[in-house]
Design a protein around this ligand. Sequence first.
Ligand code: C2E
Ligand code: MG
Ligand code: MG
Ligand code: MG
Length: 289
Amino acid sequence: AAKAGGRGRYRFFSGDLLQAATDRRLLEDDLRDALARGELDLLYQPIVNCRTDCVTGVEALLRWTHPVRGPISPALFIPIAEEANLVQQIGEWVIRRACEDAARWPGALRVAVNVSPTQFTNEALPKIVISALANSGLPAGRLELELTEGVFLSESPDTDRMFGMLKDIGVRLALDDFGTGYSSLGYLKTAPFDKIKIDQSFVRGVTVPGSRNGAIIAAIVALAEALDMETTAEGIEAFDQLDLIRGLRVSHVQGWIYSKAVGRDVIMQKLETGDWSINPAGPARQRSE
Ligand code: C2E
Ligand code: MG
Ligand code: MG
Ligand code: MG
């Protein structure tokens, strides 16, 4: 058994892992040039107030079309960008581009941008945000930064200071993928979030009334309401899910049931044709029915 295990291990290291490491290095090299080559693009997915059915904003989602390999998921290349020290440069491009696009759309839609933990700990972030807002003319209140629980891993005075600086600028803050990370409720006491995004993994299990995931979502919503935060349920794909989620008093939803992420021109067109009703302020008005 030891021999077989040894051999298996040998094969593993010389094969898959080496291949993976080489692959990663090649991808890293390509990612270094991706921005300059125009291979990166931002798509936008609508976020809908499920009490009014109005679009209140969009989330910017990064796409990389590799010249040979085709589309590569941000779930794969963002971690590489983090390790290769490319995430600051790419992240800055994302913030600037999202602000420029959002400033052109009619109807005062909000735009949400994902900010990785490494970006969040970078001193330069507030300056980049201020400059992106000033250059684009987008009001600060229409930019939302989505952070994950990862920003609390290195809990330090700098974390609080960064939160303070971003709130002073006037941007909104959302806690992304809630419930999947190193969840501690402690940081909700002090971190100034405007919104909690309930991870898709909870939403996926909500297929029948009375599910365990439903109970967890209801508890998250109660917590968010008590702390005066909005909630967005991520990854809604089916109508029965949407109905159940609505019943749990979630304030906003996002998912393929409404739309996948689309280009800025499609967003522009949806807004101009009135295809989407928009309600940027998104008051929690109950539908009259
Ligand atoms: P996220 O911020 O939690 O984004 C939501 C993900 O769920 C997106 O995946 C979106 O396309 C996907 N999604 C939306 N609706 C549905 C649905 O109904 N069903 C299913 N199955 N999936 C749905 P995507 O675009 O592949 O992004 C993955 C992650 O990559 C994001 O998760 C975010 O953490 C990260 N990411 C994306 N863009 C950026 C960026 O510009 N900067 C940084 N730092 N991270 C980014
Ligand atoms: Mg997000
Ligand atoms: Mg998320
Ligand atoms: Mg996610």
